[in-house]
Design a protein around this ligand. Structure first.
Ligand code: SF4
Length: 232
């Protein structure tokens, strides 16, 4: 990709961020489908399939990228398999270069407890960067109400680290909006959401949330870490 192409993509992202701020999630995804076609994908943690469902309405058969860190809850893998089986999407599972056993041998066991930034870098960030190489734009399920670190998420923005357009079609949604969409469309959700988890990540780094905590308080609790680095 040339510098000109990158600067064009950046300008496109910044203009769309302004023009689509008040658009619906489906309108934003239809713009993405029309603009990028097969060079557009959705990433999903399989906490729910809301964005994948919306994207499949805009672009049937859309690629849905899932990072299998090797540390997921069985419920998360089950949700991925159910999404692949019943939705009009193409689920693509990315894996780290090392298995958990290989990582344990190289870095020692339970790296997630000792250096979660390195663990996330090896098991999430590197595989995602590899997986996104063939796309110009990716969509996420980030919402502004999830945490202070996500409060200014644009609906369309420029991911300077990866030189890609980053689309967050439900950035303006609340949890109530998500719940309503799930109910109205029968969207698959991770069973852990019915078991006290408000945000679902890797099992060693995720706990249930307590009353009054924000949705991501159960992620890396006690480790002073709030994001895995995919979105920062
Ligand atoms: Fe490792 Fe935890 Fe990051 Fe998963 S969330 S990659 S287990 S540090």
């Amino acid at each position: 990709m040339t510098e000109l192409r990158i600067s064009e993509l950046q300008a496109l992202a910044e203009r769309a961020g302004r023009e689509l701020e008040d658009a619906t999630a489906l309108e934003i995804l239809r713009w993405a489908a029309d603009t990028f076609g097969s060079r557009f994908c959705v990433t999903s943690s399989m906490e729910d399939a809301v964005v994948a469902h919306l994207a499949s309405r805009a672009l049937p058969g859309v690629d849905v990228v899932f990072l299998d860190t090797g540390y997921h809850f069985p419920e998360t893998i089950g949700t991925r398999d159910a999404v692949a089986a019943v939705m009009d999407v193409n689920v693509m599972t990315l894996t780290p270069r090392q298995s958990v056993a290989e990582q344990d041998a190289a870095y020692g066991p339970r790296l997630h407890d000792r250096d979660p930034d390195l663990c996330c870098s090896l098991r999430k960030i590197e595989p995602l960067e590899r997986g996104l190489a063939g796309y110009d734009a990716w969509a996420t399920g980030l919402r502004r109400d999830e945490s202070p670190t996500r409060a200014s998420t644009p609906v369309v923005g420029w991911d300077a680290n990866r030189a890609k357009v980053k689309i967050s079609p439900i950035a303006r949604w609340t949890q109530a909006d998500v719940d309503e969409y799930v109910a109205d469309h029968g969207v698959l959700t991770n069973p852990l959401l019915m078991d006290g988890y408000a945000s679902v990540g890797c099992a060693p780094c995720t706990r249930r949330v307590l009353e009054g905590e924000d949705a991501r308080a159960g992620r890396w609790a006690g480790l002073g870490k709030t994001e895995c680095g995919l979105h920062t």
